[in-house]
Design a protein around this ligand. Structure first.
Ligand code: SF4
Length: 254
């Protein structure tokens, strides 16, 4: 039996940003030859890996600042930095971020407890399965489950940013299905400052969002990707696939 197609927040946001980019990333194998390492992905992956170990209650070896710094050194990913100076600067920033995070997390007894780190959730939407990997889920004494998402490039975050983020809405939907009747909240932490904001969907908003994802999913999965014409937009200037799109006879750069 054919496996059910899957959609994730990354796939959905890629499609919304540019369907042609979705083609080169997920549909057409040629795209993989054009992908380049990015320093911000390396930096984000490194920090996520260390924070996963710090918050994982099953990982007894990463609790103090010293242990976090040792885990940081072990987890560091070099790929994508333009120079040794850029890499050294990022490494220093990462140290500061982690030191502050550990300090904030250990300054006073926590009200909540972490129940999942880097956990994938899945929900069968009929025509496809919605998948989402959450950085962390904390449980509060009143039973609320809080999804925590780390943003390694951000310095600030507002409630509105959380409320309008497709990934955060997908995660809420996934946890709502996994834990029916349990209050679910989503929080983004801007790692560069430690600032955070949280929002949650009402039942009505969640039902509307589920319908939107269903319709969007149908559109994404039925798109005729090989017939799409790439359209130039500001995003193209930073896109790995620009050389591929330039080969299309109707691609006009402004
Ligand atoms: S270069 Fe532009 S049109 Fe082509 S995939 Fe990238 S964003 Fe889309």
């Amino acid at each position: 039996m054919a496996r059910k197609p899957t959609l994730s927040p990354s796939k959905i946001t890629t499609y919304l940003a540019c369907p042609v980019k979705y083609r080169w990333t997920y549909v057409d194998d040629r795209g993989k030859w054009y992908l380049r390492s990015k320093s911000y992905y390396s930096f984000g992956s490194t920090l996520h890996r260390v924070l996963e170990r710090f918050h994982d209650t099953g990982d007894a070896g990463v609790n103090t600042t010293e242990e976090v710094m040792a885990a940081y050194e072990e987890s560091w990913i070099d790929a994508g930095y333009a120079s040794a100076e850029e890499l050294a600067e990022a490494y220093g920033e990462g140290r500061e971020i982690l030191e502050r995070h550990v300090q904030q997390a250990t300054a006073q007894p926590r009200e909540s407890k972490t129940i999942f780190v880097e956990r994938q959730f899945r929900h069968d939407m009929g025509e496809f399965a919605l998948l989402g990997r959450v950085d962390r889920v904390d449980e509060y004494p009143d039973g609320t489950l809080e999804i925590v998402d780390y943003k390694s490039g951000r310095e600030s975050v507002e409630v509105e940013d959380v409320a309008t983020d497709i990934a955060m809405a997908c995660y809420q939907l996934l946890l709502r299905h996994k834990f029916p009747g349990v209050p679910i909240r989503a929080r983004i932490i801007a790692l560069r400052t430690g600032h955070s904001a949280a929002a949650s969907m009402t039942d009505e908003e969640a039902a509307d969002f589920e319908q939107t994802i269903l319709q969007l999913g149908r559109e994404i999965l039925s798109e005729e990707y090989h017939e799409l014409t790439p359209v130039f937009k500001p995003l193209c200037l930073h896109c790995d696939f620009l050389p591929l799109c330039r080969k299309h006879p109707e691609f006009a750069e402004l």
